[in-house]
Design a protein around this ligand. Structure first.
Ligand code: GDP
Ligand code: IMO
Ligand code: MG
Length: 427
């Protein structure tokens, strides 16, 4: 019953899409368990590049069943356009399964996301503006709309009216916006219902039966550990649980079923949106990482903030996720630096701190304590085994492994599927 969780160990964009796609050929199901189309997962297959937002990256592997679990928030218009975009490129999407319990991102959730960010001004979170937070807020407030509600018109009408009652007061009186008509929202949502119906299924039952039948299930996280609503740099986080526990609640699978938890870890650090980032660089090194690493958001097109590797964060990810392995990505991007600083601890108000502080104020005051490792200049993109790497690159990987607290079982040396060094098998 091998069930694997693959998740981001930093602030997202670690290369989860590539890693999932790599494993996709050997697994039976790939399941998204949280988040929505705030994600942007890039997969490069041969000369083809795909940017997936809502769909699990396993959709590109013909033998694999892609699943959108109950913990995901689904924007139906994005879902349908992503599906038709893939169909036009010859990708078969007919196996997709969507939980009837997944919540729907309605047009008013998107509006609320945008106006609240504008209202926050300088204090904004820097969300993707896709309605993610307001949709999860409605879920928790028990005024959410679920996929299954699309198939009962009168229930849908009642639920949309209930959700809009309070929202229209806030939109008109606080934000000075026009009220949103429930009838219009219902009409739009009903327009999606029949197109989505073929995919809707009892995904909890199907996934648990698959595990009983010894099928291999891969849970693909969106975002990353430090963007987790509980364990991230709150309030500068997303509104779901990308950490390993989220796979259980977001897919309806018990923790005893999970056999492996793989943390995707970039060889340096990036972040999009607001919030603290101790190793962030504002100099030409940061600019070079952005340029060489192509660090521009897949979803919003924003430049990613860039900085050196932070081992404190990696250790934290190992702990809160119970990581069994790391998949280190983008090692090739570091080629050419004579020396590479790595953050091994923080200095907070004059004291050395080895572990991530729980206090928001302390984390905002954290200054990186660096150790400098020797770099390498040889091209590593065609390395196929660990021993193909230059000695200094090997030492960099070993040092990161030691500091991070879990074995590095694969190394990415380029964006393509085969630009990967596999050290320990994941399956
Ligand atoms: P995700 O959100 O975690 O799936 O990551 P993104 O797709 O947003 O960003 C990762 C970027 O790095 C994508 O453009 C990938 O194609 C690329 N990528 C992934 N692994 C590697 C790697 O090992 N080397 C290089 N150079 N690029 C990589
Ligand atoms: P993938 O899956 C990086 C960030 C946003 C913002 C915060 C909250 O590609 O790694 P939200 O729209 O979720 O309410 O925004 O989270 N964010 C991401 N950053 N990668 C992502 O996804 C992200 N999804 C959300 O920039 O700071
Ligand atoms: Mg991304």
């Amino acid at each position: 019953m091998p069930a694997l969780v693959l998740l981001g160990a930093q602030w997202g964009d670690e290369g989860k899409g590539k890693a999932t796609d790599l494993l996709g050929g050997s697994v039976d199901y790939v399941v998204r368990y949280q988040g929505g189309n705030n994600a942007g997962h890039t997969v490069v297959v041969g000369d083809q590049k795909y940017a997936l937002h809502l769909l699990p990256s396993g959709i590109l592997s013909p033998g694999c069943t892609p699943v959108i679990g109950n913990g995901v928030v689904v924007d139906p218009s994005v879902l349908l356009s992503e599906l038709s975009g893939l169909n036009e490129r010859g990708v078969d999407t007919s196996k997709l399964l969507i939980s009837g319990n997944a919540h729907i991102i309605t047009p008013y959730n998107v509006t609320v996301d945008k106006v609240t960010e504008r209202f926050l001004g300088k204090r904004k979170i820097g969300t993707t503006g896709r309605g993610i937070g307001p949709t999860y807020a409605d879920k928790i407030n028990r005024v959410g709309i679920r996929v299954q509600d699309l198939y009962d018109e009168s229930i849908l009408q009642q639920k949309v009216e209930a959700a809009l009652d309070a929202k229209n007061q806030i939109l008109t009186k606080l934000y000075n916006r026009r009220a949103i008509a429930a009838d219009q929202v219902v009409e739009e949502l009903l327009g999606y219902a029949e197109k989505i119906r073929p995919y809707v299924a009892d995904t909890v039952l199907i996934l648990n039966q698959a595990l009983e039948d010894d099928k291999v299930v891969l849970f693909e996280g969106g975002q990353g550990t430090l963007l987790d609503i509980d364990h991230g740099t709150y309030p500068f986080v997303t509104s779901s649980n990308p950490t390993a526990g989220g796979a259980c609640t977001g897919a309806g699978v018990g923790p005893t079923k999970i056999s492996r938890v793989i943390g995707i870890l970039k060889a340096y650090t990036t972040r999009v949106g607001s919030g603290p980032f101790p190793t962030e660089l504002f100099d030409e090194d940061g600019e070079a990482l952005r340029r060489i690493g192509g660090e521009r958001g897949v979803t919003t097109g924003r430049d990613r903030r860039c900085g050196w590797f932070d081992a404190v964060i990696a250790r934290y990810a190992t702990r809160v996720n119970g990581l069994t392995d790391f998949f280190l990505t983008k090692l090739d991007v570091l080629t050419g630096w004579e020396e590479i600083p790595v953050c091994v601890a923080y200095e907070i108000d004059g004291k050395r701190v080895e572990e991530l502080p729980y206090s928001q104020t302390d984390f905002h005051h954290a200054k990186p304590v660096y150790e400098t490792l020797p770099g390498w200049s040889e091209d590593i993109t065609s390395a196929k085994s660990f021993s193909d790497l230059p000695k200094n690159a090997q030492n960099y990987v070993k040092a990161l492994e030691e500091m991070s607290g879990a074995p590095i079982s694969a190394i990415g040396v380029g964006p393509g599927r085969d630009e990967t060094i596999e050290i320990n098998s994941f399956l």
